[in-house]
Ligand binder design. Structure first.
Ligand code: EPU
Length: 415
């Protein structure tokens, strides 16, 4: 089993180029099968979640060409067959095939998706969207058979602004007859990226990025080219690394507006940030103030950066507070931060971080993707050697993590 070994305490300086967004790419790739010709996607990150989606595409009979960060998907020869449990469960985003296949072929058979175990993560809102558009859903244990004689536009009010349910409903609605309205939709930039992709193919979607999305169904979707937006969570992780250890650390190829909830927090606690059109330059300061953070859907503070920023809060003076409002089980990193010397107490959906603490390297475990990112940051700032087990979780979501950190002065390797 591979482990990450990090020797902490090195200053980070130079440039980190941010890759395409995982959570956008993992939706764009299944969405590509709605295209009746070839879809070309640029800036696709080279991470294992993309390989897992590729496996599903190939299994279904699509032709996929990958050249560096460009992916060309030709779905003209797809055979719509059951997606086995083994590959359905490899990642959360496999369920974008549920909607893409339902939209295109009016039938899909697959299993409950996988993903990090950070909470129950039900899919009831996605199913509600499908039903509102005329589909019948048969559940047998973990298996779902979903079909419709005719998909008809409908009105969907989401109980909560779910990213997955918003995208899944869009992917069916683009091929339904008539108009669909999604109310209380999620507003994440990844949703805008997916809607733009579909509009480039000829779909008629307006309002993506707001809480009311209107989709007018179309019969065909034509050839298109599209680019994945920069990964705001990867960017945020390295911005936090800069706050911990940066000496003019440049985080390049980003959309600064997408990380504003993070940067405004960092400025509040005292981090030095210089902003350009598509980059930020971060320099560590010696003393930071404690703060309060509450995770929310975009444009609020992202739950995906909650665990990474906890590492920074261990270095702030005073009592910081984090409230996790999206997932019930996203504090599994805390046990390991405490093992490294942090002083964090959890009470229900809140974590109280008493700082500053001197972190010391030890053996820790990445229980999920962003817990892993949190521990990488802790390893970078800790005294001595940190080894992180279950590295696969981290490499699912961070392209060339070791290379990118090594390039700016970190001592990190796979052992
Ligand atoms: N929810 C339901 N029912 C549903 C859907 C969601 O109760 O049908 C609940 C969830 O349990 C959760 C909340 O609503 O409490 C938000 O879930 P959402 O559907 O927005 O999450 P997701 O689509 O499953 C995506 C990202 C997550 C990210 C969330 C932020 C992908 C593949 N995953 O998940 O990314 O945390 O949005 O809302 O896009 C990560 O990258 O580490 C990650 C977990």
């Amino acid at each position: 089993m591979q482990k990450l070994k990090i020797e902490g305490g090195y200053t980070l300086t130079g440039t980190i180029n941010i890759s395409g967004a995982k959570n956008s790419a993992v939706a764009l790739i299944p969405a590509a099968i709605l295209c009746d010709e070839t879809a070309t996607i640029f800036n696709v990150p080279n991470i294992s979640d993309i390989d897992a989606l590729n496996e599903i595409l190939t299994y279904l009979g699509a032709t996929v060409t990958r050249d560096g960060e460009t992916m060309i998907i030709d779905s003209s020869k797809i055979i719509n067959k059951e997606i086995p449990q083994g590959i359905s469960k490899k990642l959360r985003a496999s369920y974008y095939f549920m909607s893409a296949l339902l939209g295109k072929y009016k039938k899909v058979e697959m299993y409950f998706p996988g993903g990090c175990s950070i909470g129950a993560r039900p899919i009831d809102q996605t199913l509600k969207g499908f039903k509102a558009l005329g589909a019948t859903v048969i559940e047998e244990g973990d298996k779902y058979t979903i079909f419709a004689d005719e998909l008809k536009g409908g009105y969907v009010y989401l109980d909560m602004p779910s990213v997955g349910a918003t995208i899944n409903t869009i992917l069916v609605a683009v091929k339904a007859n008539g108009v669909t309205i999604i109310e209380n939709a999620a507003k994440e930039p990844e949703i805008v990226n997916v809607a733009t992709f579909l509009n480039n193919m000829g779909a008629k979607i307006t309002g993506a990025g707001t809480s009311r999305i209107r989709i007018e169904g179309v019969d065909t979707l034509h050839r298109c080219m599209h680019e994945v937006i920069p990964d705001r969570i990867e960017a945020g992780t390295y911005i936090i690394a800069g706050a911990l250890l940066g000496d003019k650390l440049k985080i390049n190829n980003i959309i600064p507006e997408h990380v504003e909830s993070l940067t405004s927090k960092l400025e509040e606690i005292g981090v030095e940030i210089e902003e350009g059109n598509d980059y930020l330059i971060i320099t560590k300061r010696d003393k930071y103030k404690s703060t309060k953070i509450r995770t929310l859907g975009y444009p609020g503070f992202p739950t995906d950066l909650q665990q990474p920023i906890t590492t920074l809060l261990t270095q702030c003076t005073g009592l910081s507070e984090i409230e996790e409002t999206i997932y019930e089980n996203r504090f599994q990193n805390v046990e390991f931060l405490n093992k490294m010397g942090a002083d964090i107490r959890i009470s229900d959906d809140k974590a109280f971080i008493n700082g500053p603490s001197k972190l010391k390297g030890t053996n820790v475990v990445a229980t999920d993707l962003r817990a892993g990112a949190c521990l990488v940051l802790a390893g970078l700032v800790a005294e001595g050697i940190t080894t992180i087990e279950n590295v696969d979780h981290i490499l699912r979501g961070y392209e060339q993590l070791i290379q990118k950190l090594t390039n700016v002065g970190a001592k990190i390797e796979l052992v």
